[in-house]
Design a protein around this ligand. Structure first.
Ligand SMILES: Cc1ncc(C[n+]2csc(CCOP(=O)(O)OP(=O)(O)O)c2C)c(N)n1
Length: 391
């Protein structure tokens, strides 16, 4: 009989001493020191963060957010022109969260997202042309054109999807975190989701396992107030989502998702704690969706007050004004950035437009583990292997 080789784990090394870890002390008040709402940061805090950051980095954050904005606007336009098909969800209004997270992650950290992921794919460093080509369903896209908007995937930059099933990414993300731990690596997994996902059973099961096993994972919840058309108050008995972390004795924080530096700093703190100590955490970023749930949703369920509020919290307009006030950006430098960004988006579209469609014979190549012939015009009930069926 063979005996299984004991697995090598870094958990012990990462696990903090019991007395200093509320998660290890059953007598400790679970929320003590673990929960923090940072959304009420004073204007002076925002200004001092800006003053403490070098001007080029501040402009870069502006450029990156503007790029996601223009990319998504161009995506909506291409969809209306029927150049893009299928489901399509945009990050409009959530650019500060997308870019702030990107600035907090190491290139080797892994990211799992829901279907609203174009901006994250860009922030992770995937070539914009490949992202646009995937939207266009072209063979040069991140998933060879077969995935589309909701299924971007790129091992090189460690974007491990793009998931259309609400909550589908969460158990997979903790699986990746377990693999990191098992191999003794020091990467971290970030698992992004919308606030509607926090009522899915797999969310709770995954947080429980992540906390029990000290997995290096940060759950990032983008609270844009509505899951499709349902408000967070209507769907969540505890609408303060960051507090859900307390049920698993992990750190839970809420941050202003329209403040790119606040997101970067909060995400960075939690990611580094997950990396060093194997402490998983939950970060809620309060954000605003500028448009409907997807490109085909006219969002008639939204009141005009909600629409105005979202516009008032436009992260790019706010950041532009803050940088102008701090003397870091001038109208001329903003115009130069706008021109650069427009050109980059145009190049991505040009790349997608000039890329070939995938060959239909490759339809099943990446879908099943065993070979399946990619035949044209086979109906669902027809046998897969007609020759074998005839025997
Ligand atoms: C398991 C499952 N149930 C329902 C749906 C349909 N659906 C698609 S998006 C969505 C809302 C999700 O909202 P949220 O998690 O807040 O993400 P957001 O769209 O705001 O990014 C629903 C219910 C789905 N895709 N998967």
């Amino acid at each position: 009989m063979t005996t299984a080789t004991p697995r090598k784990s870094t958990r012990k090394a990462r696990r903090p001493a019991a007395e200093s870890d509320p998660a290890q002390d059953p007598g400790a008040a679970p929320e003590q020191g673990l929960l923090a709402d940072r959304t009420d940061a004073e204007a002076s805090t925002v200004e001092s963060r800006i003053a403490a950051t070098d001007p080029e980095s501040l402009r870069e954050l502006y450029r990156d957010m503007l790029f996601v904005r223009r990319f998504e606007e161009r995506t909506a336009q291409a969809y209306q022109q029927a150049r893009i098909g299928g489901y399509c969800h945009l990050n409009l209004g959530e650019e500060a969260t997308v870019v702030g997270l990107g600035a907090a992650m190491r290139p080797t950290d892994y990211l799992f997202t829901n279907y609203r992921e174009h901006g994250y794919a860009l922030a992770k460093g995937i070539e914009p042309g490949r992202v646009m080509a995937e939207l266009y369903g072209r063979s040069t896209g991140t998933s060879k054109g077969w995935g589309g908007s909701m299924h971007m995937y790129d091992t090189a930059t460690r974007l491990l999807g793009g998931y259309a099933i609400v909550g589908g990414q969460v158990p997979l993300a903790i699986g990746a975190a377990l693999a990191i731990d098992y191999r003794g690596e020091d990467d971290v997994v970030v698992c992004q989701m919308g606030e509607g996902t926090t009522n899915i059973g797999a969310f709770h099961e995954s947080l429980n396992i992540a906390a029990l096993w000290h997995l290096p994972v940060v759950f990032l919840v983008i609270n844009n107030y509505t899951g499709m058309g349902t408000t967070v108050e209507k769907s969540s008995a505890e609408p303060d989502l960051w507090k859900r972390a307390a049920a698993y004795r992990m750190r839970g924080e809420r941050v202003d998702g329209t403040d790119v530096l606040a997101v970067r700093d909060a995400a960075s703190d939690l990611i580094e704690s997950a990396r060093r100590e194997g402490k998983p955490a939950l970060l809620e970023a309060v954000s605003h969706r500028l448009k409907g749930h997807s490109v085909v949703d006219p969002a008639k369920y939204r009141t005009s007050e909600a629409v105005s509020e979202a516009r008032e919290h436009d992260p790019i307009t706010l950041w532009h004004a803050r940088l102008l006030a701090a003397g870091v950006l001038s109208e001329e430098s903003a115009a130069t950035i706008e021109a650069e960004v427009t050109e980059k988006v145009a190049a991505a579209v040009e790349f997608a437009e000039s890329s070939p469609h995938p060959d239909p014979s490759s339809l099943f190549d990446y879908t099943y583990a065993t070979p399946v012939p990619g035949e044209l015009r086979r109906l669902p009930a027809d046998p897969l292997f007609p020759a074998a069926a005839a025997v």
